[in-house]
Design a protein around this ligand. Structure first.
Ligand code: MLT
Length: 386
């Protein structure tokens, strides 16, 4: 390739989902095909034990805060964390039909209508602070789990969320720990994942923060993107039903071969960018091996991890035969005491909204020396259908 050229566009590049097209800069995170996700240059495996507020601080300010800075940031978010009663009532009035991601996207619009300030930076901090209250209200209302308890942000970001979520029979400490891990590893995945790209594209038309985030969440809701975590869990459950919890690696390998021969999908493998096991998945596999080694779904997910990669590697056409994040998170949440897959994508949204909001602030207020990026307007060629 010529010097200075990042990507050569040929006819073959068209209609490929902008795969690999350089578009801009991302100041929060990066996904290296061989090393996986880093937040502000730090590998996700090193960060997974940190608290949500420490990592939100890192993504928002671009550096780790010291104890006082993080405490001050926490205090600032806590002041913004409670939704007005009218806002909660409007969320509770949403239809209970449809997927909960539809309610979440609608809830973001409602919060914008009732509490939006029309200032990207202010709305970014507000929405990050209010997300636990928004999402708990959405899930409780959609699931019919009753009135959402008053928020207690001083408990901690995810502790407060779990406190507000009326999960029937929850084992709280285990659930809090797993949900914290799930939350911190999903904040950001560089600039080009579909929901982030859509959110920033909508914001490029100068749509406000809440409208841009609502659009982003409808993008996340698709089964090829965020809803893959729900579908993957259903797949692991179906494998468990077929082979039983005492299955050996050979039983799982045989089943995978049978499914592939029948042109059936094997869920939880491959990624548009990654060419190794998703670093976030590795963190979750390790967590599950430590905390839930005997859970039937975890046992199957671990066998799928090795056997799936082994079988898929035999096909040279498969560029990434390794497990992605969705291969394990559903089993982890089930084992931790949240057996409600209909809400797994909403939990993904609770987390990813943070990274998207921060990236929108960068693109609107900081990029190109503060001018911001222009409205997104790619080129399409005309082609007659016949
Ligand atoms: C994500 O976390 O957004 C997914 O892995 C998809 C992606 O990065 O394109």
């Amino acid at each position: 390739m010529r010097e200075g050229v990042l990507f050569e566009i040929t006819k073959d590049s068209l209609e490929t989902g902008l795969r690999g097209f350089p578009v801009g800069y991302c100041v929060t995170s990066f996904v290296d095909p061989m090393k996986g996700l880093t937040y502000v240059g730090r590998p996700i495996a090193e960060l997974a034990g940190k608290s949500p507020i420490e990592l939100i601080y890192l993504l928002y300010y671009g550096e780790m805060g010291d104890k006082n800075q993080v405490a001050h940031f926490q205090h600032e978010l806590n002041k913004r964390a409670v939704l007005q009663d009218e806002t909660v009532k409007a969320i509770e009035a949403l239809p209970k039909t449809g997927h909960a991601m539809d309610s979440f996207a609608a809830a973001l619009l409602i919060v914008g209508m009732c509490e939006g300030k029309g200032d990207y930076r202010e709305d970014c901090l507000d929405v990050i602070a209010k997300l636990p209250h928004i999402v708990a209200s959405v899930i409780n209302s959609h699931a019919g789990w009753g009135k959402t308890p008053d928020p207690k942000p001083e408990m901690g970001y995810i502790e407060n969320f779990v406190h507000m979520l009326n999960v029937p029979g929850a084992k709280t400490p285990e659930l809090v720990q797993a949900m914290r891990l799930f939350n911190v590893i999903h904040y950001d995945h560089c600039g080009g994942n579909l929901s982030t790209f859509v959110g920033k594209a909508v914001a490029s038309g100068m749509e406000h923060m809440y409208g841009s985030l609502a659009a982003a969440m409808t993008a996340l809701a698709g089964p090829r993107h965020g809803r893959a975590n729900q579908d993957c869990l259903e797949f692991v459950q179906s494998v468990l039903n077929d082979v039983g919890e005492n299955a050996k690696a050979a039983d799982v390998e045989k089943l995978i071969r049978k499914k592939l021969a029948a042109n059936e999908l094997v869920y939880g493998f491959g990624h548009a960018v990654l060419r190794v096991e998703d670093a976030r998945a590795t963190v979750c596999y390790n967590y599950c091996q430590k905390h839930f080694p005997n859970h039937p779904l975890v046992k199957i997910a671990l066998l799928l991890r090795t056997e799936g990669a082994k079988v898929l590697k035999e096909n040279p056409k498969i560029s990434d035969p390794y497990p992605n994040i969705d291969a394990i998170t559903g089993s982890m949440l089930m084992a931790a005491g949240f057996p409600y897959p209909d809400y797994y994508t909403v939990l993904f949204g609770l987390s990813r909204t943070v990274g998207i909001a921060i990236q929108i602030v960068y693109e609107r207020l900081e990029a190109r020396g503060g001018k911001g990026t222009p409205i997104v307007r790619p080129l399409y060629f005309y082609k007659a259908r016949k």
